[in-house]
Design a protein around this ligand. Structure first.
Ligand SMILES: Cc1cc2nc3c(=O)[nH]c(=O)nc-3n(C[C@H](O)[C@H](O)[C@H](O)COP(=O)(O)O)c2cc1C
Ligand code: SF4
Length: 645
């Protein structure tokens, strides 16, 4: 055993010195020693969350030192130490903290290097030091002004302490209803800041700390795992959730035992054009929001002669109220990998990326482990002709938009691109690229295994297949539900999810997360498919539905929604940049003194945004005010009158 300073963690309770020392340990180079709970330390190693009983610091400077976790942090100056955790399962070594040169050697010559390099520095130092940004600019030959512009665009890259060790509290619309503002206030002393919806609307309010997601539970902050989706009450056949409840499904062995990788085997034995035909015949359409037919997208990429081609899995999932992709990746990561490998065979792609939102650190670990297993089983890697890598975003909703995502991967400023040309011909590095959502890709292996007709007939009537709906808010059983397309919304809300608690009634639901605006109680007689919901002036999109009971202030909910869009507008086109800000103001105090002029102004801003915005954010945001004014004229009138009295 190397000589070590010893850091005995058999203490209970929280202490200021202890907290400071743990923050220092973070600086020492653990990926994240995080916190004391009861009589032990919860830490995260590369292989997941562990319960640490003892922790050792290896360091020439501190050889022989006994660290006292209750001592003041200033007595233990920062250094680059290796940190080992001793867990109940034995001894593990956490990552030593890398030097600048080691970071560049590891990443500079890889595909899409900027994001992993930024994260490596951010993880190592807790924030992006000025020297680090200059070193990156030099190493990647990116002009320093461009790099600063890009780095500061992302919400989660800090440039000063406490940086990523400061907690970020989700203040998305549903978390706000669950008391997020009070939780944030209670954590301000620790440097806590708000973050937009972090994709856990079915959980208690989440707090992101370093590379760990915690939730408040019985007065303690606890790690949290994606819950297994509840089975549907009628025992209806599912596609992506069919095997997700099987134990060990997230492991390679468990996945294979439950039918995993049979779709890929079948695909590899089939001509690529026939694979694409099966996907087209199944009726599968994009599950990320736009609903473009998947087979047609793959055809366009396959038919373009230029190479190399790329498969990008869009795992950005930034839409408030959507949390299905996290569940799929956490519980069934091999399904996403298998879907990507099938897409690669079908289109001739040789490389792939999973673009994962920043707010899902545990998911990154799960995906990396699954990728290692797939490579070890010769399903990925140079010998198969296709390999893929995870790239973690920097926290920006607009990076879910596919062209913004591609710019982000390429290390450019993540503005959406003008279209055409589309990514199928001019995607990653201007070459043919498939961009598909997680759920779309996870649907592909069962389609290949069971056939196009099987998938098509999972839907109701003329609607092909299934859709995962993320249901949250004022409903008894929030969570992800895989529904046959065409299922009546009321059946999902009342029979599957138990209806509204506390003897209240539904006042409204949001659609497409927030992007589809509101449907009021009077508009709920719809089925879960695009034509039915579009007939009510909204859309299903990625399938996030938030339920709001009759106690909720709809203007306040609309204000928080528009504030989100204003915050996330990338600013490229001024009608969206200014329009979202003006609409937020109209939902706050001040503004026109009569309801008529309020409506006129709001309609005018909204129609300008819809007509002139370059991407879906600016086109969809006005649905919030439009649907508010349509369904809740009384609440709008009260709002206008009260802000002018
Ligand atoms: C503002 C905005 C945000 C988006 N966010 C996401 C997202 O988080 N995940 C996603 O899959 N698609 C998102 N999309 C849709 C993508 O641009 C793209 O249509 C999708 O990834 C294509 O995959 P699919 O055909 O499998 O749905 C977003 C679009 C817009 C306009
Ligand atoms: S519509 Fe808004 S988010 Fe989209 S490109 Fe324009 S400014 Fe950016």
């Amino acid at each position: 055993m190397p000589e070590r300073g010893r850091f005995d963690l058999n203490h209970s309770g929280f202490g200021e010195g202890l907290a400071q020392n743990l923050a220092l340990l973070h600086e020492f180079g653990t990926r994240d020693t995080s916190r004391i709970r009861g009589d032990g330390l919860l830490g995260v190693l590369d292989n997941g969350i562990v319960n640490a009983e003892e922790l050792f610091i290896e360091s020439p400077e501190h050889r022989g030192t006994v660290f006292d976790p209750f001592a003041q942090a200033s007595t233990t100056p920062p250094c680059r130490c290796k940190v080992d955790l001793v867990t109940s399962e034995g001894y593990s070594r956490a990552m030593p903290s890398p030097t600048d040169a080691e970071i560049f050697t590891r990443w500079a010559d890889t595909e899409a290097p900027l994001l992993p390099i930024l994260h490596a520095f951010h993880d190592r130092d807790g924030f992006l030091r000025e020297e680090a940004i200059h070193a990156i600019s030099e190493a990647l030959r990116t002009p320093i002004a461009d790099l600063y512009g890009t780095v500061t665009f992302y919400h989660h890259f800090s440039q000063h302490a406490p940086g990523q060790s400061a907690p970020r509290v989700c203040t998305g619309p549903i978390c706000k209803l669950k008391g997020a503002d009070a939780l944030l206030d209670s954590m301000r002393a620790e440097g806590a800041t708000p973050m937009a919806c972090s994709g856990r609307c079915d959980d208690p309010v989440p707090v992101l700390k370093g590379r760990q997601t915690l939730v408040a539970c019985d007065g303690q902050m606890m790690p949290w795992h994606s819950p297994v989706p509840a089975p549907n009450p009628g025992g209806l056949e599912e596609c992506v959730f069919a095997s997700i409840r099987q134990p060990d499904r997230a492991t390679y062995d468990g996945y294979r035992r439950t039918g995993g990788y049979l779709g890929l085997e079948k695909a590899l034995a089939t001509d690529p054009a026939a694979v694409r035909q099966t996907v087209s015949d199944s009726g599968l359409a994009g599950r990320g929001g736009a609903g473009f037919p998947t087979g047609r997208k793959w055809d366009a990429v396959a038919e373009d002669p230029r190479e190399p081609k790329t498969i990008v899995c869009n795992a950005d999932e930034g839409e408030p109220g959507c949390f299905k992709d996290r569940t799929l990746m956490d519980l069934d990561p091999h399904a996403v990998i298998e879907g990507m490998a099938i897409a690669a065979h079908a289109t001739g792609a040789t490389r792939g990326f999973i673009y994962l939102r920043y707010e899902y650190p545990e998911t990154e670990q799960i995906l990396e482990r699954a990728l290692e297993e797939a490579r070890a089983s010769d399903l990925l890697g140079s010998q198969t002709g296709f390999d893929l890598w995870v790239r973690r975003g920097g926290g920006a909703y607009i990076c879910g938009e596919e062209t913004s995502l591609l710019n982000s991967l390429e290390g450019k400023h993540p503005f959406p691109r003008n279209r055409p040309p589309f990514p199928v011909t001019h995607g990653y590095e201007d070459l043919p690229t498939v961009v598909n959502n997680v759920e779309t890709l996870a649907s592909v292996p069962p389609i290949l295994s069971n056939g196009a007709d099987w998938y098509r007939h999972l839907g109701t009537g003329k609607h092909a297949g299934t859709k995962v709906i993320s249901l949250s808010g004022d409903v008894r059983r929030p969570g992800n539900y895989e529904v046959p397309l065409g299922l009546p919304l009321s059946e999902l809300l009342h029979e599957w999810a138990g209806g509204v608690p506390d003897e209240r009634v539904i006042q409204a639901v949001t659609m497409a997360g927030l992007s589809g605006g509101f449907l009021a109680r009077e508009g709920l007689d719809v089925t879960l498919d695009e034509p039915s919901i579009r007939a009510q002036g909204s859309f299903l999109g990625a399938g996030g539905i938030m339920v709001l009971d009759d106690s909720r202030d709809m203007v306040a909910v609309a204000h928080s929604a528009m504030e989100f869009f204003a915050h996330e507008s990338c600013g490229k086109c001024f009608p969206c940049r200014i329009g979202t800000a003006r609409l937020t103001e109209r939902l706050d105090s001040g503004g026109p003194s009569s309801v008529e002029s309020w409506r006129e102004e709001v309609d005018d801003i909204g129609s300008t945004m819809k007509a002139t915005s370059a991407c879906g954010l600016g086109m969809a945001a006005p649905l919030i005010t439009e649907s508010l004014a349509r369904w809740f004229p009384d609440q709008v009138e009260t709002h206008v009158n009260s802000t002018n009295s």
